[in-house]
Design a protein around this ligand. Structure first.
Ligand SMILES: NC(=O)c1ccc[n+]([C@@H]2O[C@H](COP(=O)([O-])OP(=O)(O)OC[C@H]3O[C@@H](n4cnc5c(N)ncnc54)[C@H](OP(=O)(O)O)[C@@H]3O)[C@@H](O)[C@H]2O)c1
Length: 353
């Protein structure tokens, strides 16, 4: 299938990418190796060439599967991955945040091995580190770019103040924050900052962790290892699943009018919002993959967008997008209700400033 291209600044990618969190333990147990490789290759054969992973997905398992699945096509694909957590390379135990420049360098060497490549196309800091100035983090990645081990730099769950500080040090290619039809946080500060500075935007959880597809109904049985259930995501309680149905109804009404599905409308809505937005839906299911790719045939007009926004303005979203413990790791200005204006964000200032 021919999928249009979009630009994250100078990095050309397919308008839809593929999120590789799902193949690791996240929405249940990890996909076994054969299945993980099959779905990644099927995404590639279906026209997707932009793949998103992270060291912490698994940990390591997602990067390992991406590396193995894509090695025959390495020169034809764009691989994005993320650092920012300290993980024991042997036990795979997660030990907290670590964006120390030396640690980034060591991590990148391990990532290159897992990804079976000599360069990472797009490297993100996964979470803003409250202990390391963003200038030091950016400087470390800029050195890796000079050495040819990394091609582009991005930030994830970063607020506008941190984005501006990093961008001043080295031009950012993309910001990856949560954004979808029911999670509008970036509209307040982050998207305007990206637009002003000319930075691409990659929305994570573009399908609202599956809810916006309309396939999660009251009584849905979550696997005990499904993080929506095990980590108590507030929008996945039975109460929230019922209370948020009007959001799915809006997508469903538009889907019926367009001969599409709610998932496709949710993704088409993101694509229609801004030309520099590139969603990365994730799935372990071949049918869902084809449904998501089918979004490229769904075009929302300016009137369709107005209708969706009018309807959304009349509903209230029930529950926060992430549990408190996870929200605590987000930067200032990332979530509605916080603002980075007049602050330097969560990252400490360098000693000489
Ligand atoms: N930067 C960050 O902090 C961060 C955080 C989270 C995620 N991410 C990235 O963003 C990517 C996308 O986010 P996500 O995967 O967490 O959430 P998502 O794409 O919003 O939703 C994934 C969920 O939706 C289901 N799904 C996908 N397509 C579907 C369809 N057509 N019909 C029904 N269900 C469908 C998947 O289950 P099935 O497998 O059953 O299809 C899965 O449970 C990740 O893979 C990862 O690369 C980044």
């Amino acid at each position: 299938m021919k999928i249009d291209k979009r630009n994250l600044v100078t990095l050309e990618v397919t308008a839809l990418g593929f999120g590789c969190l799902n193949i690791a333990k996240s929405y249940g147990p990890p996909a076994d190796k054969a299945k993980a490789i099959e779905i990644i290759r099927k995404a590639y054969e279906s026209g997707i060439t932009f793949f998103d992973t992270a060291e912490v997905y698994g940990p390591f398992y997602s990067e390992e599967m991406v590396g193995e699945a894509l090695s025959p096509f390495r020169k034809d694909v764009v691989i994005a991955t993320k650092f920012g957590f300290e993980i024991d390379p042997v036990t795979r135990e997660r030990l907290g945040m670590n964006s120390h420049p030396d640690y980034i360098r060591q991590n990148v060497e391990r990532m290159l091995k897992r990804l079976r490549t000599d360069h990472i196309d797009l490297l993100y800091q996964h979470r803003v580190d409250p202990n390391i100035p963003i200038e030091d983090v950016t400087g470390a990645v800029a050195d890796l770019i000079k050495e040819g081990k990394v091609n582009h730099f991005g930030l994830s769950e970063a607020g506008a103040a941190t984005i501006r500080r990093a961008h001043k040090e080295y031009p950012l290619t993309a910001v990856q924050n949560e954004y979808s039809f029911w999670s509008r946080d970036p509209e307040h500060e982050v998207l305007p900052a990206c637009e002003e500075l000319g930075i691409g935007f990659v929305p994570w959880c573009p399908l609202g962790m599956g809810y916006l597809t309309g396939k999660i109904k009251p009584g849905h049985q979550f696997h005990k290892d499904d993080m929506r259930f095990s980590a108590r995501f507030p929008r996945f309680t039975q109460e929230a699943i019922i209370a948020n149905q009007p959001i799915v109804d809006i997508l469903e009404a538009m889907a019926n009018a367009k001969g599409a599905t709610p998932a496709q409308v949710a993704l088409a809505w993101l694509l229609a919002k801004k030309p520099f937005i590139v969603p990365i839906p994730g799935t372990t299911n071949l049918k869902h993959l084809q449904e998501n790719i089918g979004t490229i045939n769904v075009k929302l007009t300016a009137e369709d967008m107005q209708e969706l926004e009018r309807a959304f303005a009349n509903v209230k979203v029930f529950g926060n997008r992430v549990p408190e413990a996870l929200a605590a790791a987000h930067d200032i200005g990332v979530s509605i209700g916080t603002s980075s204006v007049g602050t330097h964000g969560k990252s400490p200032l360098p000693k000489n400033m």
